[in-house]
Ligand binder design. Structure first.
Ligand code: F6P
Length: 366
């Protein structure tokens, strides 16, 4: 089948590199005589048939720009749509048929969805409804199975590592315990890698339940060695041994129904109460998602975008592009969303951190 027109959308949380993928998709498609419609605000643009035509001019100069020129949303889930006036949080509506209608009305031959696990799970449902889709894995969390890297992760990691470096010098000067809270949801990749790269002393991860006594002990051990400060890197999804996380609020209708946050303050109170040490917290938040993508993310995004178009041209929809080693490959979307990729508590990266003296605030992993 001759491919004449495709759609592209960016959904879920934004991250550096989205525009680089959109640009690569548009440029490569145009080179092959394929028109590209960029749907606005994730699947919402498909529900409402809102798009912009991505010609050469529209994607010029966006390679290095953070965010997404198409806009995004993690509330617009067509299978459980809660945005007024169509639906509400109490009365979600299934508007997936509108997406199929938009696809048909615009005579699209395929759709490229750029998103994380939520977006790709929705994409899988649309595939099962017969829409030809190719997925591109995005998220600062790097928690998608089947790809070694999602784009956006490297940029977030470099922000987090820079933050560890910066709090190091101030912690040292003031003889304080500084706690850096990173994003990452239920995976500890940003926390673990920034802790290794920045030389953090204690690392708290969702994958390794922490024990309060073990955290206190790790600081006391440092004190006995004459160290007057400590750096803790805590993933927002870190759990205690009872499996409790710091939850800010729950959001009905969102593809991300739990907003995490507050682990750093919890740990600061613990240390202040038990050791009477001065603590300060830094919650990195959306600084990890904003701004210019790193060279690695631009390189990866561009390769992902062009490969996604090649898959469409070859009729290989139903797949997600992925990085395996240094090769770009494709994997069935179904496989990619089957499970999250999380830190292995027994794995080499955790052992590396332990080998340079980092504690995981655990009685078992040490
Ligand atoms: O999935 C990306 C992410 O930044 C997570 O690390 C974080 O928990 C979440 O999104 C924050 O989402 P929001 O922008 O909706 O607050």
């Amino acid at each position: 089948m001759k491919i004449k027109r495709i759609g592209v959308l960016t959904a879920g949380g934004d991250c550096p590199g989205l525009n680089a993928v959109v640009r690569a998709v548009a440029k490569h498609a145009l080179q092959n005589g394929v028109e590209v419609l960029g749907f606005k605000n994730g699947f919402d643009g498909m529900v409402k048939n809102q798009f912009i035509v991505l010609d050469d001019k529209a994607v010029s100069g966006i390679l290095t720009r953070g965010g997404t020129i198409l806009g995004t949303s993690n509330l617009a889930n067509p299978f459980s749509y809660t945005l007024p006036p169509i639906g509400t949080a109490k009365k979600p509506k299934d508007v997936s048929s509108l997406v199929a209608h938009t696809f048909k009305t615009n005579r699209l031959d395929a759709l490229i969805t750029i998103g994380g696990d939520g977006t790709l799970s929705m994409s899988q449902k649309f595939l099962e409804m017969g829409l030809p889709i190719v997925g591109v894995p995005k998220t600062i969390d790097n928690d998608l199975l089947s790809t070694d890297y999602t784009f956006g992760f490297d940029s977030a990691l470099s922000v987090a590592t820079d933050a560890v470096d910066r709090i190091h010098t101030t912690a040292e000067s003031h003889h304080r315990v500084m706690i850096l809270e990173t994003m990452g949801r239920y995976a500890g990749w940003i926390a673990l890698r920034s802790c290794i790269a920045g030389g953090g002393d204690i690392c708290l991860l969702p994958e390794i339940p922490y024990n309060e006594d073990a955290i206190i002990e790790a600081i006391e051990v440092r004190q006995l060695k004459g160290k007057t400060f400590s750096i803790i890197v805590a993933a927002e999804g870190a759990k205690n041994e009872k499996g409790e996380m710091a939850v800010q609020k729950t959001i009905a209708g969102s593809t991300d129904p739990i907003r995490l946050g507050g682990i750093s303050s919890k740990i600061a109170s613990l240390i202040e109460d038990r050791l009477q040490l001065e603590c300060r917290v830094v919650v990195l938040g959306h600084l990890q998602r904003g701004g210019t993508p790193t060279a690695f993310d631009r390189w990866l995004s561009t390769r992902f975008g062009t490969e996604a178009v090649d898959l469409v041209l070859k009729g290989q929809t139903g797949n997600m592009v992925a990085l395996r080693g240094t090769e770009i490959i494709s994997v069935p979307i179904k496989e990619a969303v089957a499970n999250l990729k999380r830190v292995d508590p027994q794995g080499e990266e955790v052992r590396t951190a332990l080998a340079v003296g980092t504690s995981f605030g655990s009685k078992t992993i040490k």
